[in-house]
Design a protein around this ligand. Structure first.
Ligand code: FAD
Length: 535
């Protein structure tokens, strides 16, 4: 059949189409109606129809066929010839099944005919074979044509070759699956976040982390809020620690890069729109960090032992000075009294003066030999990290005393500006006090609970031990210098110094009077303390 020649449409088919158009079944896809409706140009009068219909249908880019109720073809348009390779003459009179590749499952045809027998249209995919034997994927719509009595008289078929689209879709799907499976098995934590901060793609390592963080969003914890336009395409890698609800700490090196895709919606067809995303990649470096920390902890242990020695010496000497100052004061008072009474030539007065002067000189010498506190700069300090270090250093003692540690850090605790060594010593002091209290209490429950959290504008640290607690009348006295309930080797300066360090950081230290199961000490540090002085 030559394509330029107008094909003959049997009158009965033409009438059938007209009937179909005047009362189309409700399920007939809009595409079918649109295509044939256009042919009428809004005018459904039968007299106008044949020529206009023929022109529109014949020129339609979709393969259109009209069949009898047994699917024998009565008419096929030019596009049908183009898609199938069969001329009109070759298909008219033949059944639509001659297009079947036989690889389409029987259930597809059963569904198609099931719908047609209910006088409903059907739309779906099947595999057809062209005249030259080549297979193609056809997207087919079939619809019944009814007469005035409601009886089906014909069927209308419309199909498109969607092989290329199918191939593209498959390739895209394969690529997605390939990338997806490579990303999924990668040991790094990977996520893609859209401009609204939603995680739109994540891998297995990310999902595992999400479960371990008990639902807290790893993207938010590791990378913070999504960055706005103008930020650099690849941010420098940064190292970050995450404290887990089970008390463990893990380290990650986080890399963040930005990329954008083209918006695929019709809105962006003429005016291309970029859709920005962020690619988040986090490598866990906990093992390396642990090794580094081991080395650091050994150095820290040595440093803390040295500091404890210095502190002990300072406390002992300060205590001795305190004790020496008392008789010296008495001596001073006695000299004063004698000076007022005598005429100045008193041998006892002379002796007392000499003793006083030598005593004062000795006190001054001693005072000068008290080791001074090391000066420290103000730096951003992570209190979780300091507690973690103190607990590591204290592990042998905790084990020896069979004390169970319950450490509940807030996962993303902000830093405060502070003096790291002093704060660490403060936390060590409180831990040591708690260990001693539990050990001396000798109770069945041997526990130390430590927690950190943010409360409003403060970081709150809580130390709870299951020891005997502090009697209400001693609640304030224990902070006095040289006060100790333990005697012996204790100078009674621990809590006094602790209080001093807290004051230096504009914080508060309080013994909870309501706590009955031991001792609970609450520390509060302001998150933003602008008035801390450099030394
Ligand atoms: P068939 O023996 O034709 O039928 C398979 C199933 O359909 C069986 O369950 C059978 O009972 C049922 N069935 C068949 N004919 C009728 C009927 N007249 N009334 C009730 N049930 C029936 N098929 C394609 O493969 N490619 C096409 O492009 C295509 N286009 C079509 C366009 C139209 C307008 C219509 C009406 C049908 C079209 N078909 C097409 C379906 C085609 O007619 C065949 O049903 C199909 O090809 C399967 O052929 P078959 O010889 O394997 O099985």
């Amino acid at each position: 059949m030559s394509q330029s020649k107008q094909p003959e449409l049997p009158l009965e088919a033409l009438e059938a189409v007209e009937r179909f158009l005047s009362a189309p079944a409700p399920e007939v896809p809009a595409a079918v109606l649109q295509l044939l409706g256009i042919a009428l140009h809004g005018n459904r009068r039968p007299g106008l129809m044949p020529r206009l219909f023929m022109e529109a249908v014949e020129q339609a880019p979709v393969a259109i066929s009209i069949t009898d109720t047994a699917a024998n073809i009565l008419y096929a348009n030019a596009a049908f010839t183009q898609v199938t390779g069969y001329s009109q003459g070759e298909v008219v009179g033949h059944n639509e099944s001659s297009l079947s590749d036989r690889s389409t499952p029987a259930i597809v045809y059963q569904t198609l005919w099931g719908r047609l027998l209910q006088q409903k249209s059907w739309n779906g995919m099947l595999v057809n074979r062209r005249k030259n034997g080549e297979r193609y994927v056809a997207e087919l719509t079939v619809a019944p044509v009814l007469d005035s009595t409601g009886t089906t008289t014909h069927y209308l078929g419309m199909h498109r070759d969607i092989t290329e689209m199918f191939q593209l879709q498959q390739e895209l799907q394969n690529q997605k699956e390939l990338i997806g499976s490579v990303v999924d098995v990668a040991p790094a934590v990977i996520a893609v976040v859209d401009e609204g901060g939603e995680v739109v793609l994540q891998n297995r390592a990310y999902r595992n982390l999400l479960a371990e963080l008990q639902g807290r969003d790893p993207a938010q914890l590791l990378f913070g809020a999504p960055r706005k336009d103008g930020a650099e395409a690849v941010a420098p890698a940064r190292e970050l620690r995450l404290d887990f609800p089970d008390g463990s700490t893990r380290w990650f090196v986080c890399l963040l890069s930005r990329f954008s895709t083209r918006d695929g919606s019709a809105d962006a067809y003429f005016t291309a729109r970029e859709v920005p995303y962020q690619l988040l990649v986090a490598h866990e470096v906990t093992e390396i960090k642990r090794q580094q920390e081991e080395v650091r902890m050994n150095a820290l242990r040595a440093l803390m032992a040295e500091e404890a020695l210095g502190r002990g010496l300072r406390e002992t000497l300060t205590g001795a000075l305190h004790q020496m100052q008392r008789p010296l004061n008495l001596l001073n008072a006695a000299v004063g009294m004698l000076e007022r009474r005598s005429d100045g030539d008193d041998s006892l007065l002379a002796v007392l003066r000499q003793v006083r002067d030598e005593g004062s000189a000795a006190v001054e010498t001693l005072r000068a030999s008290v080791p001074q506190e090391v000066q420290e700069p103000l730096l951003p300090v992570n209190l979780n990290q300091l507690i973690h270090e103190v607990l590591l250093v204290s592990t042998p003692r905790l084990l020896a005393e069979s004390i169970v540690i319950d450490w509940q850090p807030q996962t993303d605790l902000p830093t405060i500006s502070g003096r790291e060594r002093r704060l660490r010593n403060l936390l060590k002091q409180l831990t040591d006090n708690a260990i001693e209290a539990v050990a001396e209490g000798g109770g069945v429950h041997r526990e130390l609970h430590i927690a950190s959290r943010v409360e409003g504008e403060f970081i709150v640290l809580q130390f709870e031990d299951s020891g005997p607690g502090i009697a209400p009348e001693l609640r304030f006295k224990v902070f006095e210098p040289f006060f100790t309930t333990k005697g012996g080797k204790h100078a009674g300066m621990g809590l006094a110094i602790a209080q001093d360090v807290v004051n230096q950081h504009a914080g508060t230290l309080e013994i909870d009077p309501a706590y009955r199961d031991g001792c609970r000490i609450c520390l509060r540090f302001p998150l933003h303390s602008d008035n801390l002085q450099e030394e």
